[in-house]
Design a protein around this ligand. Sequence first.
Ligand SMILES: NC(=O)c1ccc[n+]([C@@H]2O[C@H](COP(=O)([O-])OP(=O)(O)OC[C@H]3O[C@@H](n4cnc5c(N)ncnc54)[C@H](OP(=O)(O)O)[C@@H]3O)[C@@H](O)[C@H]2O)c1
Length: 269
Amino acid sequence: MPSYVITGVSRGIGAAFLKQLSSNPSNTVIGLVRNVADTEAKIAAWKTPNIHILEGDMSSYQSLKKAAEATSTITSGSLDYLIANAAVMSSWALFDPLSVLGQDPERLTQDLNEALTTNVIGNIHLVNFFMPLILKGSVKKVITVTSGMADHDIVLKYGVYEGGPYAVSKAAMNMVTSKFQAEFEKDGVLFIGVCPGLVDTGLYNNLSEEDGQKLMVQSSKFAGYAPHFKGPDTPEDAANSILKVAENASVANGDGGAFLSHFGNKQWL
Ligand SMILES: NC(=O)c1ccc[n+]([C@@H]2O[C@H](COP(=O)([O-])OP(=O)(O)OC[C@H]3O[C@@H](n4cnc5c(N)ncnc54)[C@H](OP(=O)(O)O)[C@@H]3O)[C@@H](O)[C@H]2O)c1
């Protein structure tokens, strides 16, 4: 009876994890969200008894502490998989390079703070709160949903200056994954960062004409990197790919601390 905790299940890839994992009645699936009532209403039509929705705001230490305590009650003190999926990517900082964003220094500082608070610091607290449960679990896997936008080589080779604050936060989280692996390898815990590829979760809906042009510039860089790339995946495909990569990865195979794509390698698209 594997147990899963997934952050950010209100929509996007997180919601797809929730639906897919709960379709197996032997799984216990705990989804963390900012707004429990909204998510409960969204999933009411298909909610199964093995789903538990708890409050878990990545920017609130107390909220994550309570989520870990409530999870422990549900699972009798253990957890098999922790999936750190929730993240923010501000639409303000999607395309412009850091020097342009820096023309509004207060807004850039706020944007970086939000990205680091949610995508990095929140995940460090999350792991710390859930680690006692993971250590008592039988699978011991912590999966962080990361991004190829944090791949140093791709940024340099294809001039990907876009999404600076977000990419900085994901690169930092990759280091957090390595640090936790270094600490808990001796306990047999696998930490792994997996990028879902490019996934249609509505981020590029309703762009202004100017941002639409900037998106084309970014897309031409992606096309240079991956000429075979046909377009974004669905959240369902992305969740499925990440789960497969996580299933196949193990400490014994040397995957601890790895930063992998949805293909299980370094091909991001
Ligand atoms: N989509 C892509 O192409 C892509 C590519 C590479 C990596 N990723 C990564 O994949 C993961 C999921 O992305 P997505 O596209 O599904 O994103 P999304 O549709 O924007 O959903 C983000 C989720 O994170 C939650 N969240 C944001 N801030 C939170 C906070 N402070 N506390 C708790 N939950 C919070 C959101 O909850 P609310 O509903 O409350 O806002 C939502 O459930 C992220 O880690 C993202 O960086 C996505």
